[in-house]
Design a protein around this ligand. Structure first.
Ligand code: AHR
Length: 733
């Protein structure tokens, strides 16, 4: 039996307008070739340069940072020029001298000899019949060389358009507009010449003529629109781990990301590829302005990623990063006649940007090293710029530091989210504010399943109930180019010409579109909730045992470590309950993604000597562990709500809005009990599917999506909630 007891007149808290935002990081090639509309890959020829300070292991195609962290590196420059191919006798060489400017470390020397060089973009240069593309390049030549710039088929044989340019003398910018006569998503940009004279390219670029809001150096329209459709309140940028960097040399510096794109330093991202920084600080602010949302700038506070052999910067370098943060703020906000304001004006925005509202000190940094840096940055910045809202990435208030917001991140399985709808219920509203800056159901949901969305939706009902404390949230990550994957799941999936969104996107859209002005009392009344855990057992050798019972005999074992309800992927995701007996102590720990929760507290326990028979029974919400027939644990886990719900009131339309998540596999008849009269006709938006693993694909992009329907609620005030569903019910009062 499930009942929702709703009191629309009993206001609990106001809703918080900033609750739903966006977090953009250049991961999975979300930037160049993604949201940033550039169509050429390796446009500045710097892909494959080993990042400064790192060493390269040719055999394993790995780079190692100065502190010892390794990462794949599959495009070493000696193995070819990434994305560029010569045809019909053309020759190309990457050169280190004679580059366009100090920030360009390579140039491309060509002898085309009646042939051409092709750029294959991000798995093809996508061109459409009747559409225009803007090309430019910086080139030089000691002779006068006639070249043709073309859009072609992948082998260069079919020419869709052609423009002639004459290159001579020192580096100059050459540009042309290309109108394609055909549609080909695996097209190429080709540069052709009859001549055998040398030419040197310093930088190249190809953009669709149409970008989001028609901006130069702009964004891919349909991807930007996906973001707007989520009705976000803010954008957090530019990361994420890329802010921290793989090494101090690869930490994010705002200064490298502004000015003419061909003068910007490239940036090797710790997601294993190079970006030309074309999508930089200015472009992020411009997007926020165009989208009419607030900007949240995350900057490095003097350390690299703590999960990747951290480098803690010395005082001088910390100071350099402090100055970089100050300069970024000045760039955004200072008048046009100031040093940084002038630069902003030169870049096309004389008026200060008014969108910058939040400053986040570091990303996912923690502990003493962080607190030292947080204090240094916070106190000085707050004095200089008191009006911004500052965000800490750890609970700095717990060590006595002034804290406005704490950014908490959750990557886990759907059960974790569904089980934690009350996570913030007991938080003191007069204390710090929470920003749930990154969250996603990751375990078992890599492709973005309905199951993932259900868990997240249940969690968000808890957050909505506590939105006076958790005042901002953002799902992470936003984008994935399917051809370059470094992290899954991601909310918007694209290739070079199409995109689709995962169920979490539809769920978030439903939540963000149905806000209301205040949260009212809404209680789920039931005694039917259960917890359904299942999975295999894994012993210390990695052997897997299926079923609900595990029995194994050990001989003189000193320690034991056995996993049950194990459903993680070995070496990658973790989701298991572990019996750990070591050094005379025993405990049960739940490892769930990045979180670890001790389920049964550590107690003193010595393994018997000789033969040890271990038996574990694990069923749904209960487990029992016996050693040599003696019970050492017998434990029942708390239930997981099958129905999670929250109600708000839209005072403008006089509607009661109720978000109801059915996390279970059963249809649930839900009795609605309200203390005011409600119209029987309601508007229902539902997201559901026939199994937890339902997902969207390029072939079936709308397999799981939200649908709107009218609903007549019967006299018994009971509605049928579909299994595995997220529902938004709007009822006139
Ligand atoms: O969202 C992907 C990564 O997860 C982010 O870069 C980082 O902040 C977190 O570790």
């Amino acid at each position: 039996m499930y009942k929702l007891n709703i009191k629309p007149k009993s206001k609990i808290i106001d809703t918080t307008p900033s609750l739903y935002g966006l977090f953009f990081e250049d991961i999975n090639r979300a930037g160049d070739g993604g949201l940033y509309a550039e169509l050429l890959r390796n446009r500045a020829f710097d892909d494959g340069i080993i990042p400064e300070g790192c060493s390269y292991d040719k055999n394993n195609k790995l780079i190692t940072s100065p502190t010892g962290w390794t990462s794949s590196f599959d495009c070493f420059e000696e193995e070819g020029i990434a994305a560029w191919t010569c045809i019909n006798g053309a020759k190309a060489e990457r050169i280190k001298n004679d580059t366009l400017n100090v920030n360009r470390k390579r140039a491309l020397q060509l002898q085309l000899n009646g042939g051409a060089i092709l750029n294959d973009g991000f798995k093809g240069v996508p061109v459409k019949e009747g559409e225009s593309y803007k090309f430019f390049m910086f080139a030089k030549s000691n002779s006068l060389v006639k070249v043709s710039v073309m859009l072609t088929s992948s082998d260069g044989k079919k020419i869709y358009t052609k423009q002639d340019l004459e290159i001579s003398g020192d580096y100059k910018k050459y540009e042309c507009q290309l109108l394609s006569s055909a549609t080909d998503f695996d097209g190429r940009l080709a540069i052709y010449s009859e001549s055998s004279e040398k030419i040197i390219l310093g930088f190249t670029s190809l953009f669709p003529a149409e970008t989001f809001m028609g901006r130069e150096n702009g964004l891919r329209k349909e991807l930007a629109q996906r973001l707007l459709d989520l009705k976000p309140a803010f954008l957090r940028f530019p990361g994420g781990c890329i802010v921290e960097g793989f090494s101090k040399e690869t930490a994010y510096r705002f200064k490298d990301s502004i000015g003419p794109v061909w003068e910007r330093k490239p940036h090797w991202l710790l997601w294993s590829y190079m970006t030309t920084n074309g999508l930089g600080f200015h472009e992020y602010l411009q997007f926020c302005e165009d989208a009419n949302i607030d900007a949240m700038y995350v900057f490095n506070c003097g350390m690299t990623c703590q999960g990747r052999c951290p480098d803690y910067f010395d005082e001088n370098l910390i100071e350099e990063f402090f100055q970089d943060a100050v300069d970024a703020i000045e760039y955004a906000t200072a008048p046009a006649d100031s040093f940084w304001g002038k630069k902003r004006a030169e870049n096309g925005h004389p008026e200060p940007f008014t969108v910058l509202k939040y400053l986040e000190i570091g990303n996912e940094n923690w502990g003493d090293e962080y607190f030292k840096r947080y204090e240094k940055f916070y106190t000085r910045l707050k004095k200089l710029y008191p009006d911004f809202i500052y965000i800490s990435t750890d609970h700095s208030e717990r060590v006595g530091l002034k804290t406005e917001f704490v950014d908490e991140h959750f990557y886990s399985d759907p059960i974790f989210f569904a089980a934690n709808t009350k996570l913030y219920d007991d938080l003191d509203p007069s204390g710090i504010n929470i920003y749930c800056g990154e969250y996603a159901s990751t375990i078992g949901c890599k492709e973005g399943t309905l199951y993932g969305a259900l868990g997240e939706a249940a969690f968000l009902t808890g957050i909505e109930r506590n939105q006076n404390k958790v005042r901002m949230t953002s799902y992470a990550p936003l984008f994935k180019n399917v051809d370059y994957v470094s992290w899954e799941p991601d909310m918007i999936i694209f290739n070079n010409h199409e995109n689709y969104v995962i169920p979490s996107y539809y769920m978030l859209k439903m939540f963000a579109e149905n806000r209301g002005e205040y949260v009212c009392e809404c209680n789920v009344i039931t005694d039917s909730d259960r917890r359904l855990e299942s999975g295999h057992f894994t012993d210390e050798q990695g052997n897997i045992f299926e079923g609900q019972c595990f029995t194994k005999v050990y001989e003189n074992a000193a320690n034991l470590h056995i996993k049950f309800w194990d459903r993680g992927t070995l070496g990658e995701d973790q989701n298991h309950y572990d019996l750990i007996i070591e050094n005379g102590n025993s405990k049960i720990v739940h490892f769930n993604g990045w979180s670890q929760e001790v389920i049964c507290k550590e107690k003193s326990y010595n393994l018997p000597s000789g033969k040890i028979k271990v038996e574990i029974q694990a069923k749904e919400d209960w487990f029992k562990i016996c050693i040599n027939e003696k019970e050492i644990y017998n434990h029942t886990l708390g239930s997981i709500p099958h129905i999670s719900a929250v109600s708000t009131v839209d005072t403008k339309t006089n509607e009661l809005i109720t978000k109801i998540v059915n996390f279970s596999e059963n249809k649930i008849d839900l009795n609605l009990e309200t203390d005011v009269l409600i119209e029987q006709e309601a508007q229902l938006t539902v997201l559901s599917g026939s199994s937890y693993s339902e997902k969207n694909t390029f072939e079936k992009p709308e397999n799981v999506k939200s649908v709107n329907q009218k609903l007549m609620i019967g006299k018994d005030n009971t509605i049928s909630i579909l299994p595995r569903s997220v529902n938004v019910l709007r009822q006139k009062m």
